[in-house]
Ligand binder design. Structure first.
Ligand code: AMP
Length: 475
């Protein structure tokens, strides 16, 4: 099964539900740029009909006025997705919609990764199920369809008893919307209200965009059912003592203007920077960030260390996360396409460069060289999170371990590879302190310590799903 990063958004009870979802997906675009789609449900005199529109590309490429006009009804669901290699198939594009004899059309959108999807799929195939996608999200549909229970709520409960791993899920059916979160709460899901309508989204920044007010997070293990004017909820299983919200959401993935687990991402990143400065002070002339996610970390670092912060790297915002890399000869221009140094700020200076995280190290190597070429006297590289030593199986598309630089090399070796004068990561304790999680009761740190809360049943083929493609380190 492929690994995916995604954003989801649902609206119930608004005249222009699909239009609101469309706008919300813009705010969630950073969670997935490969494909997107919207499904809506509309009840006419006779029946409940569904409408859908999906395609490859950004929200602005795929969804236009006529698509929105065609997505009728006051109940709509949207999805943005980035899948890793091997998963780029139109049939994998969500939301999925399927027709059931008992409940009519059901739309479903998933953020996360199931850890036992392959096993469930193999079992269901033996029993006659035919899968039409390579997405782990399809197992939800089959499990719902096969449940012998009467109500959709009971079927959802059955389904949650079988799937393992990370899922924040929004489901629309029968004039209702369901917001569902796995019992560890790996991925985010928030509830909002706009006048009389209910909104559910991966991040609160999507609520802000449509002037919906933030109500609360969906709790880990909770199923929230929205009907017009009503909201009810239940827990499919006993609540866990410990929550495992992904610590990489506040570090990198979520937008700084979002709240995660009711805390401001911006403030959390800033705090990471402050603690990083306390832990790894070095004398220097300026601090600057690798934009964008490194910026709040650098602000915190600069303030704590009482050093001036500059915007010494300028980002071109018109370049997406993926772009065509035509030949090896000009491949190295890739980073320059996105980032360019303001040389006069850097020349002959001792600089502290801040990034949120180090993954493969391939971008960082190029950036370090670029800064050296711009005339920096000393380069001190600081990372707003601990070394990433383990892959994520819960919805962040990190590469396999052999391609995680910090899984292969120690800090001293990485410093040498990056040709930095010094290198320091935020410590694990420092991260926990920044997240106000000293007792490790709230966040998942598996990518830093290999402690996976949910067993990995499925042998995910990392070779086929490395988001960064094949490559070697420069050492
Ligand atoms: P690298 O230098 O190749 O290790 O890349 C590190 C950069 O990748 C950092 O600036 C991060 O902001 C960014 N990054 C971290 N995680 C991801 C991810 N899952 N997908 C894409 N970029 C990421």
């Amino acid at each position: 099964m492929l690994k995916e990063e995604c954003g989801i958004m649902g609206v119930l009870g608004a005249k222009e539900a699909s239009n609101l979802v469309y706008l919300g997906l813009y705010a969630l675009q950073h969670r997935g740029q490969e494909a997107c789609g919207i499904v809506s449900l509309n009840r006419d005199e006779k029946s409940l009909k569904y409408y859908d529109h999906k395609g490859f590309g950004l929200v602005s490429d795929v969804i236009n006025r006529s698509a929105i006009d065609s997505l009728k009804g006051d109940l709509a669901l949207g999805h943005v997705r980035y899948s890793t290699q091997g998963g780029k198939l139109l049939q994998n594009t969500q939301p999925f919609v399927f027709k059931t004899p008992a409940h009519g059309p059901i739309g479903i959108a998933h953020n996360g990764n199931l850890t036992n999807a392959n096993d469930i799929k193999a079992d269901l195939e033996k029993k006659g199920s035919i899968f039409t996608t390579t997405s782990d999200s399809e197992v939800f549909i089959h499990l719902l369809a096969r449940s012998q229970k009467q109500s959709l709520e009971e079927k959802i409960k059955d389904m949650m008893g079988i799937v393992r791993g990370a899922y924040s899920l929004v489901l629309i059916a029968e004039n209702k919307m369901y917001a569902i979160r796995d019992r560890h709460g790996f991925r985010p899901l928030v509830i909002g209200k706009k006048d009389e309508s209910w909104v559910v989204a991966s991040e609160s920044c999507a609520l802000d965009l449509i002037d919906a007010c933030f109500v609360r997070d969906v709790e880990p293990g909770e199923v929230v059912c929205f009907k017009r004017g009503e909201i009810s909820s239940f827990f499919a299983k006993k609540k866990l003592e410990k929550r495992s919200f992904c610590s990489f959401e506040p570090i990198y993935f979520s937008r700084p203007d979002s709240l995660v687990d009711n805390q401001s991402v911006y403030q959390l990143r800033r705090k990471m920077g402050e603690i990083l400065a306390q832990e790894s002070h070095v004398d220097a002339d300026i601090v600057f960030a690798i934009p964008d996610s490194g910026v709040p970390v650098a602000i915190g670092y600069a303030e704590q260390s009482k050093l001036p912060m500059e915007l010494a790297l300028v980002r071109n915002h018109y370049v997406g996360r993926t772009f065509i890399e035509p030949t090896q000869q000009i491949r190295d221009f890739g980073v320059k396409l996105k980032l360019n140094p303001v040389s006069h700020l850097i020349k002959d200076k001792r600089v502290i460069i801040i990034d949120d995280s180090l993954v493969r190290g391939t971008t960082s190597i190029k950036i370090m060289r670029m800064i050296r070429q711009a005339g920096a006297k000393e380069i001190h590289f600081r990372l707003g999170c601990p070394p990433i030593t383990h892959s994520c199986y819960y919805g962040v598309a990190t590469p396999k371990r052999k391609n995680l630089l910090a899984a292969q090399k120690n800090t001293h070796e990485i410093k040498r590879i990056l040709e930095a004068d010094s290198l320091a990561f935020l410590s694990q304790e420092g991260l926990q302190q920044a997240l106000s999680d000293v007792k490790k009761q709230s966040f998942c740190y598996a990518c830093f310590n290999g402690s996976y809360e949910e067993p990995i049943f499925t042998q995910i083929s990392k070779e086929a799903t490395d988001p960064y493609g094949p490559g070697v380190f420069a050492c």
